[in-house]
Design a binder for this molecule. Structure first.
Ligand SMILES: C[S@@+](CC[C@H](N)C(=O)[O-])C[C@H]1O[C@@H](n2cnc3c(N)ncnc32)[C@H](O)[C@@H]1O
Ligand SMILES: O=c1cc(-c2ccc(O)cc2)oc2c(O)c(O)ccc12
Length: 326
């Protein structure tokens, strides 16, 4: 509702905090809705989407943005969660939550998403081009932050690296960013056919796109990147994926490594980040076989897949960048 109305954008465009009256007029809402807008703003303030200032006697409250609302501004240069949240609010994503109660009561392997739609999430992206596009676009828009982090915080990460494969790399935003800023790295994106075939064939190509199944084959490279892949899958499937990654890279001594970008539960710097971890874990419960993991769970997974060691090289907001070595 807050996204539909464009509340955060109105305040951002205004440049400073806004009163209820200013918001009602800027959003072009009928005056009859002003008291109800007040109720909505009060609730959005309570959940931390807005902050209310200046509530002195006789003065109108003013509403300002918080870090949470800044994340949903439709600005390319910021960490943009707008499209991702919009896709999570699509009925295809909301309907499975209505099956969660029944799912808990049954000793059944079928996920709530499958109970709602009679297909898995990835079968849905395959058979529904609109949903596929909405999801891939949403993922694409979250990547600028990680490109910037590689450039500004851990630029040594690609020292001596000649090739990289971004497994489940979607439409290639992360790989394109790496290829542009680390031109000595030849980047390949591996993803499902419905993703690779949806990518327009226009403009100069800085990365190679390969359609395939990460459970079957991962093209060889010095580095394999897995961003937001493993949290979708149960331990058994993660081990299969990680073993394929291990086969694709050279030895540790020869510079081979896997870079995992995921949440590490328990390391969140703020309460808001911890909330994101827990909410995302509910998404995993509803739509996938995966889970958000703490450091001990990650450590066990890497070890069970045959890797000798790992290092968390960067923790930023909700996400951590983990290097794992064979
Ligand atoms: C959560 S998205 C992450 C996309 C991208 N890494 C990012 O963070 O922007 C998971 C990706 O894994 C891909 N995927 C799912 N199953 C796959 C498989 N068996 N083989 C290759 N890619 C797969 C999906 O199509 C999707 O692009
Ligand atoms: O809808 C989502 C959202 C995420 C997600 C949200 C917040 C984060 O900090 C990281 C990831 O991840 C998803 C995902 O992995 C997927 O396969 C489908 C949907 C989503």
């Amino acid at each position: 509702m807050a996204l539909d109305l464009g509340i955060a954008e109105a305040i951002d465009n205004h440049g400073i905090a806004m009163t209820l009256s200013q918001l009602q007029s800027t959003l072009s809402l009928p005056t009859t809705k002003k008291p109800h807008l007040h109720r909505l703003l009060r609730m959005l303030t309570h959940v931390g989407f807005l902050v209310e200032q200046g509530t002195g006697v006789g003065t109108e409250a003013i509403y300002d943005l918080t870090p949470m609302s800044c994340h949903v501004l439709r600005k390319e240069e910021t960490f943009n969660m707008f499209s991702l949240i919009q896709s999570q609010l699509d009925f295809i994503m909301v309907k499975p939550s209505l099956h969660l109660g029944d799912w808990f009561k049954q000793d059944d392997q079928q996920k709530p998403f499958e109970m709602a739609h009679s297909c898995s999430f990835w079968e849905m992206t395959n058979k529904n081009p609109n949903f596929n596009k909405m999801f891939n676009d949403a993922m694409e828009r979250t990547n600028r932050k990680y490109v910037n982090a590689f450039i500004n915080n851990v630029s040594d990460v690609f020292k001596g690296v000649h090739s990289l494969v971004d497994v489940g790399g979607g439409t290639g935003a992360l790989s394109k960013g790496i290829a542009e800023n680390f031109p000595h790295v030849e980047c390949t994106v591996l993803d499902l056919p419905q993703v690779i075939h949806s990518i327009p064939n226009d403009g100069p190509v800085s990365v190679k796109f390969v359609s395939g199944d990460m459970f079957t084959f991962i093209p060889p490279a010095d580095v394999v990147v897995l961003k937001w892949i493993l949290h979708d899958w149960c331990d058994e499937d993660c081990i299969k994926i990680l073993r394929r990654c291990k086969e694709a890279i050279p030895s540790n001594e020869a510079g081979g490594k896997v870079i995992v970008i995921e949440k590490v539960i328990g390391t969140a710097s703020t309460e808001a980040c911890h909330e994101t971890h827990l909410l995302n874990d509910m998404l995993m419960l509803t739509a996938f076989t995966g889970t958000e993991r703490d450091e001990l769970q990650w450590k066990k997974l890497f070890s069970d897949a045959g890797f000798s060691s790992y290092q968390i090289i960067l923790a930023m907001g909700t996400e951590s960048v983990i290097e794992i070595y064979s």
